[in-house]
Ligand binder design. Sequence first.
Ligand SMILES: C[S@@+](CC[C@H](N)C(=O)[O-])C[C@H]1O[C@@H](n2cnc3c(N)ncnc32)[C@H](O)[C@@H]1O
Length: 191
Amino acid sequence: MTQVGVWDARYAAEPDVPGEAAWVLREFAHLLPSHGQALDLACGLGANASFLAVRGLDTTAWDNSEVAMEKLQAYASAQKLRLLTAVRDVVAHPPEPASFDVIVVTHFLARALFPALIAALRPGGLLFYQTFTCEKIATLKTPSNPDFLLAPNELLHLCAGLRILAYREDGRAGDLTSGMRARAACVGQKT
Ligand SMILES: C[S@@+](CC[C@H](N)C(=O)[O-])C[C@H]1O[C@@H](n2cnc3c(N)ncnc32)[C@H](O)[C@@H]1O
């Protein structure tokens, strides 16, 4: 089965409603503008996209899983959300320069995409990013492919073209049963 087929099968088996938005978006929601255009890139079932649309942003959601995009568009229409979905390979077709006020990417890593993501922000625009790190915590499931795992501080370096408003990596310090483990999160602003 292709990688897209794997995601389609997974989403077909999941509920039709998006789950909870990522921590980085909930925690730093106060940084969001009151209006503007937002993108949830590699959105899956669109929990982040729905969160952005509910907050009044004109939201676009892209993923290359047709199943996920059908489910999300149906949910958005039923809820009357300002949310448009598209089946799109975001690596082959990244966003256009200066096209969004907010870009959210969670649990997806394509390092080569960072220059395009930063270029796609309008002046003052925000990038919310959260994904897995290489720190293995026994109780937490993370991807096995090291290409999808951030090295320590790597997200900070990938976002270096932005003004960093928030950054979190708990690493392996202290009590491993609490905190945000095996993930890093960043909010950066285009100056
Ligand atoms: C781990 S899921 C994350 C989904 C969502 N962002 C979240 O945090 O729940 C990774 C998503 O990336 C999508 N994906 C992988 N490669 C992609 C590509 N080249 N273009 C668009 N979407 C892609 C998959 O279909 C899947 O929905």
